[in-house]
Design a protein around this ligand. Sequence first.
Ligand SMILES: [Zn+2]
Length: 423
Amino acid sequence: MGYPDGRLKLEKYSLGVGDRFAHQAAAQLDACIKAEAAGTTVIPVWNKSNREHNIVGSEPSSVRAAADAAVKARGWNHQYCVDADHIGVATVDRFIEASDFFTLDVADWIGKHPPRGAVDAFLNRHKELVGRIQIDGIEEPLRIDREKASHAVSPYLTAVTEAARIYQHVAQQKGKGKFITEVSMDETASPQTPVELLLILAAISDAGIPIQTIAPKFTGRFNKGVDYVGSVEQFEKEFSDDLCVIAHAVKRYGLPENLKLSVHSGSDKFSIYASIRRSVRKFDAGVHVKTAGTTWLEELIGLAEAGGEGLKLAKEVYSEAHGHAPELCAPYASVIDIDPAKLPDPAQVNGWTSEQYTGALRHDQTNKLFNPHFRQLLHVGFKVAAKMGQRYIKQVEACEKEIARNVTTNLYDRHIEPIFLRA
Ligand SMILES: [Zn+2]
């Protein structure tokens, strides 16, 4: 569970799970237990961002409490973590105690001009990063001249400096080696190429950040809760090259040996799971896949499936979400694509059966009832349930059986099995 010297070390395969209302940790863990029974250890990492805490009105300690309780109840004897997801210096403090995994989000610093001379100093220090770079596993050597390398690394140096500042801030309070560090650059406009990733990793090493996971932005669209949009072939090439770059950087720059990619999947990127699985196997690499709190949608599905009061509440959530769509969508504008014309009218939804509601919401692309617009709106609509407070929680507790079954099945059948287990 750690390095020989006692530093915390993230295991090879891990899955980020979100649990908006802190009631499904055991059902989520059951999916990892199923994976274990099928022969593969997948570590659960409970992630919740500052934004989610603010919208729900929860504190990071509630994530820790739910995770600890689930692990104890199920007797899980492998690693598990609690991730302070997408934090910065301004937001990290309330996560220090409860978290042992920190995702340092420096996307906002990408593109800021580094101090004069910083780029030249970097390239003088790293002559090996100019010219022809041979990377094991990548057929064609990467080629980059000094001018291009300078343009490529310049937007990232300030971001890396900021990551170092957040890392030091956490390390001063928690102690070095007591937490896992991820650097995330996914919530930005343009994807990073493998060569950019290499430059970034060299800079991260220079800055002394012992990263164990890195979340670049990949090619294509990673909308919340729906499938990948983009070229799967291009994604696979890029993902596989990134794995090679990471292996290279670990050796060349002395980064932690278990450094791996973190895919901020936004959940449900079914069409690229095979690419991830193939590449990870080919290079015997590890991977962390963050899902996006779609467990909350399984709560709605379970409520709807239970019928009666549960279905009624699920309809009410939709009706409210529909009425407040612009404000609910605003914080997620860059990661959702909702066509308002394709959203069913709440009056119509109020007449739906359990089957119609779950059919529209559950991510089964073969089901004619499936409606990705309905799904995306509800995905960002958890604020509505948060506002209902105890009324929502009580109903979730009343429908626990239906919900738990959906939460576990969703994570295991639709994510863990295709990413980590499928032959
Ligand atoms: Zn992310």
